[in-house]
Design a protein around this ligand. Structure first.
Ligand code: ASP
Length: 311
């Protein structure tokens, strides 16, 4: 199991035993995603996620094993486990993506329980940001100004605003490979902290935040969604692997494309994890700060990525 970020062990360690005893990769990524989503101390997914500019937590999540086997939900704000709901969309409907109110009504019909997603700590951080962005931890939030409405955006330096707060790029992405060699990918997020209400990022969009094809491999993204969307990041990595690139080469080429095509600001970060159909895997980030978590029969390791494009 390969997971984005250093808090990966909590999900990997919960899901790996099932995988090791012959369980399906798909079940493993759903299990791990659920553990992350239910952990209120992780402020980028599920319960405990940081809210949008209006103080509302909205979640996006997706799951994929193949081009014809994927599901996603976006803009869910009363249910904590978007990856489980995405799996139901995949298995029980002819569609791939449900959003907002429709996704919620579907979840309700499927028996998911409504939950409060905004925890006190996240509410406090939002209140602080809302009233005085400069009072928030400067390392994390410097340069990020509240996108309250179009009029107020005028006159604000857009290059300082677009990336979201540095350090908020913590979407959890997972790739699992089971004993039969089947791959599955999942991605779950509360999106960019304090985003403009209505904004959906890359994470639950098939091809952008995640992509999986048993014939080529799987990739999952984390970071500033707008940068990942523009290059169709996860799809691009899988297609490069299909044409013979190693996971690390494919990630490097995709990160280089991001660097070339965007005017990057300090708050921007993009990172990917990837695995090919033969079981080779890798990770990479635009900038230092990203770590992945890898679990196999030998245990769980939190490691620096194989690639960091910038010092
Ligand atoms: N990629 C996510 C999004 O843009 C958030 C993140 O990982 O920073 O919604």
């Amino acid at each position: 199991m390969l997971t984005t970020w250093s808090f990966g062990p909590v999900g990997n360690d919960a899901a790996f035993p099932g995988l090791a005893s012959g369980g399906e990769a798909l079940d493993a990524v759903v299990h791990a995603a659920t553990v992350f989503e239910d952990d209120p101390s992780i402020d980028s997914v599920g319960v405990g996620g940081l809210p949008d500019a209006d103080g509302v937590v909205t979640l996006d999540g997706a799951i994929m094993t193949d081009p014809n086997r994927c599901g996603a939900v976006c803009f869910v704000n009363h249910f904590a486990n978007p990856v489980q709901i995405a799996r139901r969309v995949m298995e029980k409907t002819i569609h791939i993506t449900l959003v907002g109110d429709g996704a919620e009504r579907f979840a309700e019909r499927e028996g998911f329980q409504r939950r409060e997603l905004l925890v006190e700590r996240a509410r406090e951080v939002w209140m602080q940001w809302r009233t005085d962005p400069s009072a928030i931890d400067r390392d994390m939030y410097q340069g990020w100004l509240p996108p309250i409405n179009i009029e107020e955006l005028e006159g604000i330096d857009q290059t300082k605003r677009r990336g979201g707060p540095a350090g908020s790029h913590d979407t959890v992405g997972m790739i699992a490979r089971d004993v039969q060699g089947r791959l599955a990918a999942a991605c779950t997020t509360s999106g960019m902290a304090f985003k403009v209400p209505g904004r959906v990022g890359d994470s639950a969009i098939i091809g952008q935040g995640l992509y999986c094809d048993q014939e080529a491999g799987a990739a999952v993204a984390t970071g500033t969604g707008e940068l990942i969307t523009g290059v169709n990041g996860a799809f691009l990595i899988v297609e490069l692997m299909r044409r013979g690139a190693t996971p690390e080469e494919a990630i490097t080429e995709t990160l280089e494309r991001v660097r070339k095509r965007y005017k990057l600001v300090d708050e921007h970060q993009v990172a990917f994890i990837a695995a090919d159909a033969r079981g080779n895997w890798g990770s990479g980030a635009l900038r230092p700060g990203f770590r992945h978590t890898f679990t196999d029969g030998g245990g769980t390791r939190v490691e620096d990525p194989g690639v960091e494009l910038e010092e």
